[in-house]
Design a protein. Structure first.
Length: 360
């Protein structure tokens, strides 16, 4: 009989403890090895210890120790803290939950995952985090790592923000993104943003992109994942073993993340070589240049408007020496599988010099 009276009193005290919450969140204690209820001045303090498990509304909490302050509407959890809130799960060494305005501050070994029924999955690791339940906004900082399964993208940075409702995230403090498998595509810049609906990555200032076959730098990058297309602006520079290019704007096109074509717009300058071990002394200048790639090698390029070029072919066993430098309105060049120039044609208003040596 005494045990039943004590249990009934406990639930009555818990009801008093949580009375008058705004907004209301029903408290339900599932388990605790130890429970202490104290009143200090105007505050009522509920202390739980040992395999603690309870709910606030639909949000489930578990930890080794919890301190719940009624008047201040604060719950402090320590030791193996875990929180489950719809498709979001959070864990940390410690957590402070401010029931008004429903915000969680997490500290130490923070790990956050989101798994949705559609198969999409994201996770974050950091030392500190803040989660706003009302607006569903997550902020993480210090030693941040993240992963997006749908984009197959790994991220590291010092500070990140994620708006779950808008499907938007940004990273600052030396953000780095690895998209695809190892050595596929690396992006670094001052700030990197993700837009879930458009499946778009935006990088701004000091942008550096590294892939197996090339590197590119600029002030601004737009990468459209679905379209497999990237736009570089702000003094972009492209460098591969066989070519170096500059222009006002670059448009790179991929197939399964492998570079297939580059479109250069305005003030284009391309230096190229047939051998990656040699200096890139041949060049093309034009208003617009289109370059096709076969793996890391040049396949062909076309230049249009105000075209000038310089090409020097070294004497080899099966090829004579020649030098060609000319001006015109359009230029087309094709390369064989060994990256040797196979075809060169210039059209309209041609002015130039052609020098050659033959065996005779």
């Amino acid at each position: 009989m005494k045990k039943k009276i004590w249990i009934g009193s406990l639930f009555f005290l818990l009801a008093l403890l949580l009375r008058g919450q705004n907004p209301p969140e029903k408290f339900r204690l599932v388990h605790s090895d130890k429970l202490f209820l104290n009143k200090a001045e105007k505050e009522q303090v509920l202390e739980l210890a040992g395999k603690v498990n309870f709910f606030y509304g639909r949000t489930e909490f578990s930890c080794d120790r919890a301190l719940i302050l009624d008047k201040q509407k604060i719950a402090r959890l320590t030791g193996n803290v875990k929180v489950s809130n719809d498709t979001l799960n959070l864990s940390a060494d410690s957590l402070a939950y401010y029931r008004i305005p429903q915000q969680m501050n997490l500290g130490g070994n923070v790990y956050i995952t989101e798994k949705k029924p559609d198969g999409s999955e994201k996770w974050f690791r950091s030392q500190f985090a803040n989660y706003d339940k009302v607006s569903e906004k997550l902020t993480v900082w210090k030693d941040v790592e993240a992963f997006d399964l749908m984009e197959n993208a790994h991220v590291s940075c010092g500070y990140a923000f994620w708006d779950r409702l808008l499907g938007y995230a940004y990273m600052i403090e030396k953000p780095k993104v690895r998209s695809g498998t190892a050595d596929t595509l690396y992006i670094e810049s001052d700030k990197i943003e993700f837009f879930d609906e458009e499946r778009k990555i935006v990088a701004t200032f000091n942008v550096s992109v590294k892939a197996r076959d090339y590197t590119a730098t600029s002030d601004f990058l737009l990468y459209f994942v679905n379209e497999e297309r990237a736009v570089f602006t702000g003094e972009p520079i492209f460098v591969s073993d066989y070519a170096r290019a500059e222009a006002r704007e670059f448009y790179l096109y991929f197939n399964k993340r492998e570079l297939k074509r580059a479109e250069l717009v305005d003030s284009c300058m391309v230096w190229f070589a047939e051998d990656p071990a040699k200096e890139k002394t041949n060049w093309v200048r034009a208003d617009n240049v289109s370059i096709a790639f076969d793996g890391e090698k040049l396949k062909e390029f076309q230049a249009e408007k105000s075209v000038s070029y310089y090409y020097e072919q070294e004497k080899q066993e099966k090829r004579d020496y020649f030098l060609n430098q000319a001006l015109g309105e359009s230029l087309e060049a094709k390369f064989n599988p060994d990256n040797k120039l196979d075809y060169l044609s210039m059209k309209k208003n041609i002015k130039g010099v052609y020098k050659f040596h033959t065996k005779s």
